[in-house]
Design a protein around this ligand. Structure first.
Ligand code: NAP
Length: 349
């Protein structure tokens, strides 16, 4: 663990975690408590499933003050109450993967704006950590060939990707950068790849998808930008603590990434066997082009949301780096990939 004088806050300072009952949020709370922070508030919606968080509260270290705040970020007064006195806000709450544009706009964009407004009003925040996603990248026109790193372009027209989640995350990032510039909110953006672990079963779209009554394997030899939930949460926690990184963006991926083919093979061996068909990249690209053309001509969308922008983001062969995360945050994976995959597949059974 890095020395405390490299941190922007002390263990007594108040920390707010939004999306605290979510898949990653729970691990963020646990790691903060493990690191000796004892003034932590977790925001959950009144309707959230609290089973995991209640178990966590029961096993927290003695002396940890843990406040469970019930509220909704769509309410400005809930945001004001939650943000009061916070030195660091970890903002994880957002709409989840498969969603509508209305949900993405409300729960990723409006919710973030309300929280930022409350932070401006309180005026005591030392860092706003936004948990964004790889989804914001276009994965085209990369300056270093196949390598996708923090210098790569993000979607200028996320609405054209046909993926509400991407739209919400791009707008969320733009909003945070605007508040940083206009109101001096100190912020850091983290972009995790595909987060996996117990509670997030199954195969990511980056491996393939189910269509035409079979499973289409689209990833082939592509490395999958995985980050195990504990490793991702560790990176998020560090982003709220380390000095001298305001305004920076960090990609979060683990070491020793498996290829899509390796991941699928291990899934079939350990979770369940099923038939799949490998679709070469040239074929999936042509099919996405055809879907896009049909949708443009309004002749009915054979597979809604399939288009070349999405193909580039999900299925183009790409290499990933966690160099910046290691160099600037001192991040190391808590769980090596082989063990993380073993735990993930065991939880999928
Ligand atoms: N999982 C991944 O693979 C992945 C990859 C890259 C980035 N991320 C990002 O990481 C963050 C956390 O993801 P996750 O996988 O932990 O998602 P999750 O399990 O869906 O958790 C998101 C949490 O946000 C809460 N929330 C949504 N709208 C809210 C609102 N208006 N007010 C208050 N709370 C609200 C949800 O509450 P309820 O429990 O009531 O629904 C949920 O607990 C998200 O920002 C996501 O975009 C995730």
């Amino acid at each position: 663990m890095e020395p405390e004088d490299s941190h922007i806050i002390s263990p007594d300072d108040r920390i707010l975690v939004t999306g605290a009952a979510g898949f990653i949020g729970e691990r963020v709370l646990e790691i903060l408590a493990e690191r000796g922070f004892h003034n932590i508030a977790g925001l959950v919606r009144p309707s959230s499933n609290l089973q995991g968080i209640e178990a966590l509260l029961a096993r927290r270290p003695a002396g940890t003050r843990f406040e469970l705040l019930k509220g909704n970020l769509l309410s400005r007064s809930d945001c004001e109450a939650a943000g009061r006195g916070a030195a660091v806000i970890y903002h994880l709450a957002a709409c989840s993967g498969e969603t509508s544009f209305a949900d993405a706009y409300m729960n990723s964009v409006v919710a973030t704006r309300n929280l930022l407004d409350a932070s401006v009003q309180h005026g005591r925040l030392r860092r706003f950590v936004l948990v964004s996603s790889f989804t914001v990248y276009t994965n085209c026109g990369k300056p270093r060939g196949r390598l996708l790193d923090e210098s790569c372009p993000i979607e200028e027209h996320p609405e054209l990707r046909g993926e509400a989640y991407c739209f919400g995350k791009v707008r969320q990032e733009q909003l945070v950068a605007e508040y940083g510039k206009s109101f001096g909110i100190p912020y850091v953006v983290l972009r995790p790849g595909s987060v996996y672990g117990a509670g997030k079963g199954g195969l990511t779209y980056r491996v393939g998808l189910r269509a035409f009554r079979t499973y289409l394997h689209l990833g082939g030899s592509n490395p999958i930008p995985l980050t195990y939930v504990d490793n991702c949460a560790e990176a998020i926690v560090l982003a709220g603590l380390v000095k001298g990184i305001d305004g920076e963006v960090f990609n979060v991926v683990d070491d020793d990434l498996p290829s899509s083919r390796q991941f699928l093979r291990q899934y079939k061996q350990t979770v369940r066997e099923f038939a799949s068909i490998y679709v070469p990249h040239v074929v999936s690209h042509a099919y996405c082009y055809w879907c896009e053309k049909r949708a443009r001509e309004s002749r009915g969308d054979p597979m809604p949301g399939l288009n070349r922008k999405r193909w580039h983001a999900l299925w183009k062969k790409t290499l990933y780096s966690n160099e910046k995360l290691k160099a600037r945050l001192g991040w190391k994976p808590r769980v090596p990939t082989a063990e993380a995959m073993r735990r993930h597949f065991a939880s999928c059974k």
